[in-house]
Design a protein around this ligand. Sequence first.
Ligand SMILES: C[S@@+](CC[C@H](N)C(=O)[O-])C[C@H]1O[C@@H](n2cnc3c(N)ncnc32)[C@H](O)[C@@H]1O
Length: 236
Amino acid sequence: MAKSPPSSLSAATVDLAADKAAALALTPVSRETEARLDAYLDLLQQWQAKTNLVAASTLPQLWTRHVADSLQLVSLAPDVRRWLDFGSGGGFPGIVLACAMAEVGGHVTLVERIAKKAAFLREALRVTGSPGTVILADIGDNVDRFPQRLDCITARAVAPLNQLIGFAEPLMGPGTRALFLKGQDVEAELTEATKYWKIEPRLHASLTGGQGWVVDLDRIDRQNLTASREPAHDRH
Ligand SMILES: C[S@@+](CC[C@H](N)C(=O)[O-])C[C@H]1O[C@@H](n2cnc3c(N)ncnc32)[C@H](O)[C@@H]1O
């Protein structure tokens, strides 16, 4: 017979523990990174009461919906150390990446235009002891303030692909990659983006299932002629 949880533990705590176990099975991390992620999610849940950082309906799946979704970028780009995250909001993927970078000497620059969220992101870096810099700015007007030597640019739920590619283009040096987390409309967004940008996207099905995709770009050029390309699919 299944054991019932100790009465001192709420059902929500038990659910979150199960969600954490499921997430860490998908995207395992060291004990040190796990401790940083725990500290981050504790802070997020405290701030969530006064600032809307994630959709309330996703709180029971903080680990699978948000943390594992972010950590899969480290699996896709294990050698990346210098990250830039556009529109970090409540910290996905930027703070999760910073937690993962603490042990390997990496750094994450997080860009966010809402002051309260930027304050939260700074506090999250502080309490987790993770390496990062928060820039309170609108991405489009401030590209020259961002680090120019980057290994990877990320964004999740920030803007249409066409616009994200436009933000990233001036920052794409030799060897820079862009990994954009996208939902089920990815094909339509790619079709639109290829009207303006010469890109050879690779698509990775999200590790966390559902309709998610990661759009992986290693080169962005402006399009002279209107053309569309079939993206390479990597559904596993
Ligand atoms: C829907 S939230 C997603 C936040 C986070 N990336 C996530 O997946 O949970 C989008 C965030 O991007 C920020 N954002 C959108 N456009 C931006 C821009 N042009 N410059 C800076 N931040 C922007 C918003 O303020 C918001 O916090």
